[in-house]
Design a protein around this ligand. Structure first.
Ligand code: C2E
Ligand code: MG
Ligand code: MG
Ligand code: MG
Length: 283
């Protein structure tokens, strides 16, 4: 009986795996055509000053509306794009579009807006990445300090030496470097010292259960203290409730983003938010 059920279990899993890889291949096929077909759009989630609610900038988040498959989430297509090696061309597109867009906002008079781009491991471990960023800034005529790069420790781990070297170069130009999803991994502490960081972003998973979960509250307070002592600025990610907002207001966190302020919106909608300047809480 055990043998029998084991076999069935195996069959079940292999069917499920085949289905999964079929779906993946379908996505991969469409993903290769997505840039040429103009299927990508950038959305912008406002980052606000915790004390005043003033919009300081935004995080650019990629949206894919596939002609064949409909809307697909970044958490689904980004890993596939990494796997099939096209994340670098997608990343190049994102970088250029973000710089171009931010330059337009700067020209409209919103001269203090920093827009951040998420960088994947494949990009950062590519020799020439730093030069690509420099060239993109030059071509779009955007000052380096208005561009932010967000990277995770996974991205750095792929080739730490080259990553650190490129980040040093970029931070030397004035690009704002942030460590994303801080606290999610295991060895972030060592990178805090080795990287030319301006900022860390506290992972949403810590914020989620604040202030009811005592441990998460303690850990978040400790992260904030650590970052402050290292001279790093802090963004709290994933603020959804008034309570969470009140909590981070009392810590030394300087900026925040989350659905409580605004979801990621289109460039047009973001321009309207910039006109208002300050984001009132949504509830
Ligand atoms: P991330 O960089 O940590 O981005 C934050 C994610 O959290 C975004 O999801 C955002 O919509 C979501 N978020 C923001 N505030 C809240 C909140 O209050 N509550 C909740 N539940 N979620 C919130 P999104 O847009 O689905 O992106 C997921 C991930 O995909 C990003 O995580 C980033 O790692 C990756 N990604 C997105 N765009 C790009 C891109 O252009 N290039 C690369 N390499 N990765 C990207
Ligand atoms: Mg990010
Ligand atoms: Mg994040
Ligand atoms: Mg994340």
């Amino acid at each position: 009986y055990a043998k029998h059920s084991g076999k069935n279990t195996f069959k079940f899993f292999s069917v499920a795996l085949n289905k999964e890889s079929e779906q993946k291949q379908k996505i991969a096929r469409q993903l290769r055509k997505a840039i040429a077909r103009n299927e990508f759009t950038l959305y912008f989630q406002p980052v606000v000053n915790v004390t005043t609610g003033a919009i300081k900038g935004a995080e650019a988040l990629l949206r894919w509306n596939s002609f064949k498959l409909g809307n697909i989430e970044p958490s689904v297509f980004i890993p596939i794009a990494e796997e099939i090696g096209i994340i670098t061309s997608i990343g190049e597109w994102v970088l250029f579009e973000v710089c171009k867009q931010n330059k337009r906002w700067q020209d409209l008079g919103y001269t203090t807006i920093t827009v951040s781009v998420n960088i994947s491991a494949k990009e950062l471990s590519l020799r020439g990445f730093a030069k690509l960023v420099e060239r993109t800034l030059a071509v779009t005529n955007l000052e380096a300090k208005y561009l932010g790069l967000e990277l995770t420790e996974t991205a750095i781990k792929k080739d730490p030496e080259l990553s650190i070297q490129q980040l040093e170069y970029l931070s030397g130009l004035g690009v704002v470097i942030a460590l994303d999803d801080f606290g999610k991994g295991y060895s972030s502490m060592s990178y805090l010292r080795k990287l030319q960081l301006s900022r860390i972003k506290i992972d949403r998973s810590f914020i989620q259960h604040i202030p009811h979960n005592r441990e998460d509250t303690i850990v978040t307070n400790a992260i904030v203290t650590l970052a402050n002592n290292l001279g790093l600025k802090i963004t709290a990610e994933g603020i959804e409730t008034k309570e969470q907002y009140e909590f981070i207001r009392t810590t030394l966190t300087d900026s925040a983003q989350g659905f409580y302020f605004s979801r990621a919106v289109s460039a047009e909608e973001f321009a309207l938010l910039l006109q208002k300047g300050v984001l009132p809480p949504s509830h």
